[in-house]
Design a protein around this ligand. Structure first.
Ligand code: 4NP
Length: 163
């Protein structure tokens, strides 16, 4: 349970912070706002890599998201920082490599904050959001499908646990 008055803070993490985690950031934020919970839940995203710091999400990511009603263009890539492990409550990796990278960076006593984002999805058979960067358009649609599904379940979980 969080301290009353303090927000529940959620950090979405992938490799570059230009495809999967900004999609998760934008979709989950819209779910939070639509539920009237923006006062209680904060959302951010970051990458484990540093190649794209300061950049907008990939244009293919922005286009696919826009077509479903999510505007990702205000987002800018940043890298995971050491203080993220203290300040966020949920640090959600898009795939196993991202989770391994986070586990290597995170102080051991905070490891229980690290999870796969799809741990919250309804379909337990799919555990990872596949990296669409070197693929075709359908990969970006698949990212959105997985992220939309897990976002609703994550919001239900946070409501039950914290609100
Ligand atoms: P993301 O996708 O981790 O979902 O943002 C990638 C973006 C860039 C690269 C790899 C994956 N890259 O190699 O630059």
């Amino acid at each position: 349970m969080n301290v009353p008055g303090q927000k529940v803070r959620v950090l979405m993490v992938c490799l570059g912070n230009i495809c999967r985690s900004p999609t998760a950031h934008g979709v989950f934020l819209q779910r939070v706002e639509s539920a009237g919970l923006a006062e209680f839940i904060e959302v951010d995203s970051a990458g484990t890599g540093d190649w794209h710091i300061g950049r907008q999400p990939d244009p293919r990511t922005c286009r696919a998201a826009q077509a479903r009603g999510y505007d990702l263009t205000p987002l800018r890539a940043r890298q995971v920082r050491p203080d993220d492990f203290e300040s966020f409550d949920y640090i959600l990796a898009m795939d196993e490599d991202n989770l391994n990278n986070l586990q290597a960076l995170c102080p051991p006593h905070l490891h229980d904050k690290l999870k796969l984002f799809l741990d919250f999805a309804d379909d337990a058979r799919v555990r990872y959001v596949p990296d669409p960067y070197y693929g075709e358009e359908d990969g970006f649609q698949q990212v959105l499908d997985l992220v939309e599904n897990a976002s609703g379940s994550l919001l239900d979980h946070i409501r039950r646990q914290h609100l």
